[in-house]
Design a protein around this ligand. Structure first.
Ligand SMILES: N[C@@H](CCC(=O)N[C@@H](CS)C(=O)NCC(=O)O)C(=O)O
Length: 215
């Protein structure tokens, strides 16, 4: 049975899928979609999203990291679950992931897709408003994590919310060191957001995991 993941090695969206595959203990060929132009075109054209990551699993192509994670839980129900089944845990996990992506999507959009508008008169007002939203989302996730007297989002243990949060924290923490390597990184760093310390402290408990270290 073939399973291929088109990914970008440093992307938080790709990395969360790689951790999800590891959680499910599913082997997968991983193709760096930046390694050649033809591969990137092939990856983008495989799914309706036209973004990376894309998983092609047994002839089924799925774009969008969360769609891929949801798919994996449905397609492989006998493997460790990615989403908690207890409603209290599920509510926390889904809400945290929505907030994390509410921050990440804004930062990625402003630093890449929308950046061409940065010379527009209203750019400063619009981007400040959006970065404010991103910051509120990060701060909210920080408060939730701070309120939990445990190491994982769900009481049932490591799940897709932890995977999403971990890869996002690693990405946000790592951006300053990557300045000068890729123009969107430079722009995202300059947007003026701040990663709450509580999220880095939370991540400390998971940095030594074998799957995280293998990212
Ligand atoms: N919501 C998507 C976002 C993926 C995304 O933004 N991917 C970026 C790379 S980090 C991308 O494909 N950028 C190129 C493009 O949009 O053309 C997901 O969760 O997979």
């Amino acid at each position: 049975m073939s399973r291929v993941l088109y990914h970008f090695p440093m992307s938080p969206f790709s990395r969360r899928v790689r951790l999800a595959l590891a959680h499910k203990n599913l082997a997968c060929d991983q193709l760096d979609a930046r390694s050649n132009d033809a591969l990137l075109v092939q990856a983008r054209e495989s799914s309706t999203q036209m973004t990376i990551p894309v998983l092609v699993d047994q002839g089924r192509a799925i774009g969008d990291s969360l769609a891929i994670i949801n798919y994996l839980d449905v397609a492989y129900p006998d493997r460790p679950k990615l989403w908690p089944s207890n409603p209290d845990d599920a509510a926390l996990a889904f809400d945290a992931v929505a907030a994390i992506d509410g921050a990440l999507d804004i930062l990625v959009d402003l630093g890449s897709r929308y950046f061409t508008l940065s010379s527009h008169d209203h750019w400063s007002a619009v981007s400040s408003e959006l970065v404010g939203r991103a910051q509120r989302n990060l701060d909210r996730v920080g408060k939730v994590i701070d309120s939990l007297a445990r190491r994982t989002v769900a009481s049932s243990g490591w799940c897709a919310a932890d995977i999403t949060l971990m890869t996002s924290v690693l990405w946000l923490e790592g951006l300053p060191a990557r300045v000068g390597t890729y123009a969107p990184v430079d722009r995202i760093v300059k947007l003026g957001w701040r990663l709450p310390d509580v999220l880095s402290h939370w991540a400390d408990a998971h940095r030594g995991r074998a799957d995280v270290m293998a990212l």
